[in-house]
Design a protein around this ligand. Structure first.
Ligand code: MTE
Ligand code: QUE
Ligand code: MOS
Length: 796
């Protein structure tokens, strides 16, 4: 009956395919239901002058139009800084920003009414880029700094130096189920919201605040999401408030489901970053010091930008020991939808930057990049302290790199690639191996908690509810396995119930890859309490006078669907019979469990602490083929090796690794968010925004995990797997840079992220052309002193 560690299919796998698995917009309509939509700002920045909402609300089939003035509670919200409005007041700050909620009898009625909209907005000057925000001194939150050693000193003394600018673009989460909510008004004004949200507790709280209710008057439930990827961590609140407002105002049930286009235009994405970097290093390639000035494009409100920037700071080392460093970081306020969580949560940008630095070091020194990476990699007994003072323990980073280099024939293929590039006039190949180290825990330490409710029924079957939400990642399947194994019963005898704030209170978002760690531990904790009750009961039951033994809980065992006292093993009871007996004996068969991650802390003043419970790590090696005439890229082969501890469900974890990697490959290659000069998203649908498809998978694709006997903590000695594999995509991006670096050996090619065909072609053109053009970002590597970009002050 062992179920943990088994390959058990995702518990909705069949339902996803047959359509039996329900998403919010699949829930049956109530007969009085209203369809909810919103009126969005057409401009990036402006002052609302006039609108004809009153007139529209009188149209046939329209039940009402509601603005911020209709909110009984307050209009401000935000997970960290309360600076965002559900509905715009007099100023709009991004294209797609909701101004009013419109409710009608049918989609058609709403559509017709929107056609008659008159909206006059006086346009104000927008700010779009990080540079524009720097010039306008528009920031969100405080500047952050992480320091170690004496960078200036090692920079001045450095044998070699590089400096440059790293630029990366955002990424759309592209979940298949758009933002959606369904709200009912109950007795006494209570509200029930079905929300496609990674964070039902936040929905409960913000709906309550917007409607002027107590938290106890709002319930939020989420059966599952059709993908979240971070995009439903905070941003499900606006549609939820829209539906709840309509339900509260009209007393009728209210349904909102964004169209894909509206979803892409109105919601935040992965943060674009601009990082000015300097690095000093030895002739052997050892980094002596780095300085990173990091700017993120936060969009029009804070959302999770501060937490995301913090994760960037804590991942700007990736897997490398840096003895002297200064990381300075700041969020720019711009007129885009507030950027938000996306798998990796700021980690990918910081890690891409340092990978780029390592690649450039190898180019300057004309060394194999793998050798440089390996040299700087975190070690076991020395070279193992992070910039924030946490020691990297029980890790396998050097072993992972070495094993992967071996199994992927890295050395041999590197020679072949060089040979190919010497000969081919039409194509270029590139090869790169990048490691990955991702800290597991919310860096906002108090969020590292979870609770669970476990109910055992008289027939020996079990229902479990946790605060965790299912978004396809397999959380429910893993929790079912964990609970089944606690009671030594079959997987089929356990069901995961809908996530509801009614059963689990004050829950953290399902995020930071810690869903199973936190909720799985809480569920196991609840099971242990029930097992204790059952064990005590069983010890009394088996020591009935005629059995001639004294009660002793040490002798009670749960095994293969049965319970027995090992002194009388032939007297065993099935779990089901024991439960029924225990019920008759008035024993509690339902318990709540709680878990908090031990020992995680980060001192924001000193920038030191142990923000992470442990690290998930791995590496990937990728080979790319580039068409020199079009810049077109083909990923030919990827090999992945990961340390994910002891997997609770190897099949699901494999899916997470492959899916995460490919999602990352989309970010670094093809996904290209384009805006008009008025800040309108041009790539707002699958026709213009290309996520990877089956043909973008590498032709050769190998995936292995390795044993890490040193890893002894966390639930069943597993490791979080949700976000980390995304960052394996950096091997692909670096393979492109490697390919470009073979064009000529006197300069270091620059490469922005994503490396679209257009970007690659532009870099190839530069490499083949005139480098005296000041617009050209390629830098001569042979210059002894690189002319530096002047760093803008971030103190102001
Ligand atoms: N996998 C699927 N199929 N769908 C998703 O939306 N989200 C990712 C990852 N894997 C996601 C996914 C993100 S951003 C996170 S933080 C984790 O799953 C969250 O779930 P976990 O903590 O249970 O791993
Ligand atoms: C990683 C994460 C999150 C994080 C920190 C991480 C995350 C998240 C928050 C967060 C922070 C403050 C809040 C809040 C949430 O922090 O997903 O509600 O008040 O939501 O290191 O993934
Ligand atoms: Mo994941 S970005 O932490 O939702």
């Amino acid at each position: 009956m062992k179920v943990v560690g088994k390959h058990i299919p995702h518990d909705s796998a069949v339902g996803h395919v047959t359509g039996e698995a329900l998403f919010v917009d699949d829930l049956p309509s109530a007969k009085d239901e209203l369809i909810v939509d919103f009126i969005a700002s057409p401009v990036a920045h402006g002052k609302i002058i006039r609108f004809n909402f009153e007139e529209l609300s009188q149209l046939d089939g329209i039940a009402g139009i509601f603005t911020h003035a209709d909110l009984p509670g307050h209009n401000l919200f935000g997970p960290v800084i309360q600076d965002e409005r559900f509905l715009a007041e007099d100023i709009v700050e991004y294209v797609g920003q909701p101004i009013a909620v419109i409710a009608g009898e049918s989609r058609k009625a709403v559509r017709q009414a929107k056609k008659q909209l008159q909206l006059e907005i006086e346009e104000l000057a927008p700010v779009f880029t990080i540079d524009e925000a720097l010039a306008a001194k528009q920031f969100i939150g405080e500047a952050r700094e992480l320091k170690k050693g004496d960078f200036e000193k090692v920079w001045n003394e450095a044998e070699h130096k590089i400096a440059g600018t790293f630029l990366c673009n955002g990424q759309e989460q592209f979940y298949l189920e758009s933002q959606a909510a369904l709200a009912w008004r109950g007795e006494n004004g209570e509200i029930l919201v079905h929300s496609s949200s990674q964070n039902p507790t936040e929905i409960q709280e913000v709906v309550a605040e917007a409607l002027g209710l107590g938290f106890h008057e709002v319930v939020c439930v989420c059966k599952r999401m059709g993908g979240g990827f971070g995009g439903k961590e905070t941003q499900a609140v606006i549609p939820a408030v829209m539906a709840a407002l309509v339900a509260a105002k009209t007393g009728r049930s209210a349904r909102v489901a964004y169209t894909k286009d509206d979803d892409m235009r109105s919601t935040g994405k992965r943060h674009p970053y601009k990082i000015y970097y300097k690095a000093g290093f030895t002739g052997a390639g050892k980094i002596t010091g780095v300085k990173f000035d990091i700017y993120s494009n936060g969009g029009a409100a804070a959302d999770l930008s501060t937490a995301i920037l913090e994760r960037t700071l804590l991942h700007s080392d990736n897997s490398y020991f840096i003895p002297n460093l200064v990381f300075r970081a700041m969020i720019c306020k711009t007129n885009f939808p507030p950027n938000t969580a996306f798998r990796g949560f700021g980690g990918p940008q910081g890690m891409a930057n340092i990978e780029n630095v390592l690649q450039e070091i190898s180019i300057v020194l004309k060394k194999d990049a793998l050798e440089v990476r390996r040299l700087n990699c975190y070690g076991h007994n020395d070279q193992n302290v992070t910039p924030y003072g946490q020691i990297v323990q029980n890790h396998m980073l050097p072993e992972i790199i070495d094993q992967l280099a071996e199994t992927s024939s890295y050395k041999k293929r590197l020679t072949e690639v060089a040979e190919f590039n010497r000969k081919s006039v039409t194509h270029l190949r590139g090869l790169a191996l990048t490691p990955l180290k991702f800290g597991i825990s919310f860096t906002t330490s108090f969020l590292n908690q979870g609770n669970a409710l476990v109910n055992v029924y008289k027939d020996g079957t079990v229902q479990v509810s946790t605060g965790g939400t299912e978004m396809g990642q397999g959380l429910n399947t893993k929790i079912r396995q964990l609970v089944a194994e606690e009671f030594a019963i079959s997987y089929d005898d356990v069901r995961i119930m809908i996530t509801s704030t009614e059963k689990n209170n004050n829950t953290s978002p399902t995020a930071a890859s810690a869903g199973t760690d936190l909720n799985g531990m809480a569920a196991v904790n609840a099971c242990q309490k029930i097992r204790r009750n059952l064990t005590e009961f069983a010890s009394r039951y088996f020591s009935a006078p005629e059995n001639g033994i004294v009660p002793s809980i040490e002798h009670i065992h749960f095994e293969a669907g049965s319970v027995y006292d090992d002194r009388l093993p032939e007297n065993k009871l099935t779990f089901r019979k024991l439960v029924l007996q225990a019920y008759m004996g008035q024993v509690s068969l339902g318990e709540r469990g709680f878990y908090k991650t031990p020992g995680v802390n980060l001192n924001r003043e000193t920038g030191k602490g142990n923000p992470f419970f442990y690290f998930t790590s791995g590496a990937a090696v990728s080979e790319v083929l580039i068409d020199r005439f079009t810049g077109q890229l083909k990923l030919e082969r990827s090999d992945i090796l990961m340390d994910i501890g002891e997997s609770i469900n190897p099949g699901i974890d494999r899916g997470q690794i492959i899916g995460g990697f490919i999602q990352g490959v989309g970010w670094v290659t093809n996904e290209d968010l384009r805006y008009s000069d008025k800040g309108q998203l041009l790539s707002y649908s699958p026709t213009t925004y290309k996520i990877p498809n089956i043909q973008d998978l590498p032709d050769i694709f190998n995936l292995e995990t390795l044993e890490n006997p040193q890893h002894k903590i966390n639930i069943r000695r597993s490791k979080a797997v949700g976000e980390p594999p995304l960052m394996l995509c950096l091997s692909v991006w670096m393979a492109v840079k490697h390919a470009l670096s073979s064009v000529r050996n006197d300069i270091t090619p620059r490469l922005n992220l994503p490396a679209t065909a257009e970007e690659i072609l532009q870099r190839l053109t530069e490499l083949n052309g005139d480098l005296s053009n000041p617009e050209t970002t390629a830098v001569r590597a042979t210059e002894s002193e690189v002319s530096l970009v002047s760093l803008p002050s971030i103190s102001g």
